[in-house]
Design a protein around this ligand. Structure first.
Ligand SMILES: Cc1ncc(COP(=O)(O)O)c(C=O)c1O
Length: 387
């Protein structure tokens, strides 16, 4: 596995095992971003209302090509939370309606749906997925146990956050479409992590973060919506794009791209991130990372005295691996790992459980996981934080 550590800005004195939260920019991507910011500051007016918008169109085309969709079918948003809010707020929920989801979704998205469902007298139904997962069929069957005649939309993660699992969303959404349901996939972790073909996927709505596995600057994400549903999404901010003086061909774009003065340069670095991945042959880099993740998963679980959350194959475990950790003090454990061992790794709650999750990207090596394993063994032996 080629180690690209020198291409990143991550500090030398930390073991960085949390790519999943906010990604990290490679140097050339970061420098491209800074160049755009500099250009903006040298003539803010020309940049914000003219040149920058041209770069934005170019970047959107590059991203659309990368995720295989028409550029007019996606809009930039700052993060997946924004996208989920825009869809949930616009969705005309009636009392009694149900949104079907799993019990392993990202907490902030759960809160968004709970908020809008409660407001409308609808139900956000968090269907239990049995862990450990044994097969794709099991996940599909578990999920649809929550289906009722009142279900209107399904909302599901492509790769879950806390449990780090790739879910069979293509299979689930295909069944959902056959049943006449709308499908919304939270792909926060997907772009740059797994190949996407949004045009041919059974997804009506899809959000992805570029600032995680595509390694772009923070605050760059997108919302994709199938053409027939685009006009039903209100922008979270109404601005000049509404009844635009010079409308583009896409109302979807006008509504969502124009939302007041902001620094949109993080989106402009997307082509540089794609070029970086091409240069270093990311398909093969990602495959090496998955191998490292999967080959260490059993040892990780053994130390935690638990079992893997799914079969150790590309169907379920990619560049993230989570294990149940027996701790009463997750926040203290995370801080201890950082303060005492300089290991950056999340310890996360989901329901009544706590999970420790490692992420692997191009700058990691076996030594990073060995450092984690040594630290965990020492914590078990010398403290009451685990056990
Ligand atoms: C599965 C999933 N969905 C949504 C999000 C939300 O991302 P953001 O905080 O960038 O909106 C995250 C963030 O980690 C996530 O892991």
């Amino acid at each position: 596995m080629q180690n690209l550590k020198q291409q990143f800005l991550i500090k030398d004195d930390i073991t960085f095992l949390n790519f999943g939260s906010f990604g990290a920019c490679p140097r050339p991507v970061f420098e491209t971003w800074q160049q755009f910011q500099l250009e903006m500051e040298r003539d803010p007016v020309q940049f914000i209302v003219a040149d920058g918008l041209k770069y934005l169109a170019t970047a959107r085309e590059a991203l659309a090509e990368y995720v295989h969709c028409n550029p007019d079918d996606l809009v930039y948003v700052t993060n997946p939370s924004y996208a989920v809010n825009a869809v949930a707020k616009s969705f005309e929920l009636k009392p009694g309606d149900e949104i079907l989801t799993t019990d392993i979704e990202y907490g902030a998205c759960d809160k968004t749906w709970e908020y809008y469902c409660e407001k409308a007298g609808a139900t956000y139904k968090r269907q239990a997925i049995t862990l450990p997962v044994t097969s794709k069929e099991q996940v599909v069957n578990d999920f649809f146990k929550g289906l009722t005649p009142k279900t209107r939309m399904i909302f599901i993660s492509h790769i879950t956050s806390t449990t780090g699992l790739r879910l069979p969303v293509e299979e689930i959404c295909k069944v959902a479409k056959e049943k006449g349901l709308l499908t919304f996939v939270d792909g926060a972790h997907a772009p740059g992590h797994i190949p996407l073909d949004l045009t041919n996927a059974p997804f009506d709505y899809y959000t992805g973060a570029c600032h995680k596995w595509m390694m772009t600057p923070k605050g760059s994400a997108f919302l994709y919506v199938k053409r027939e549903y685009q006009s039903s999404i209100d922008p979270l901010i109404i601005s000049w794009g509404y009844k635009a003086l010079f409308p583009s061909d896409s109302q979807f774009l006008d509504y969502h791209q124009t939302n007041g003065t902001r620094d949109y340069t993080s989106f402009l670095a997307i082509p540089a991130a794609i070029a970086f991945m091409d240069k270093y042959e990311w398909t093969s880099v990602a495959a090496d990372c998955r191998k490292l993740v999967q080959s260490n998963a059993q040892a990780f679980c053994d130390i935690l005295e638990t079992i893997p959350l799914a079969p150790l194959t590309d169907d379920f475990i990619l560049q993230l691996c989570s294990g149940l950790v027996k701790t009463k003090e997750p926040e203290k454990l995370k801080q201890h790992l950082y303060d005492q061992y300089r290991i950056q790794i999340p310890v996360m709650r989901q329901g009544n459980q706590v999970y420790l999750r490692y992420s692997i990207n191009a700058f990691n090596s076996q030594a990073d996981l060995d450092a984690l394993f040594d630290a965990l063994k020492s914590i078990k032996k010398n403290t009451s934080l685990i056990g």
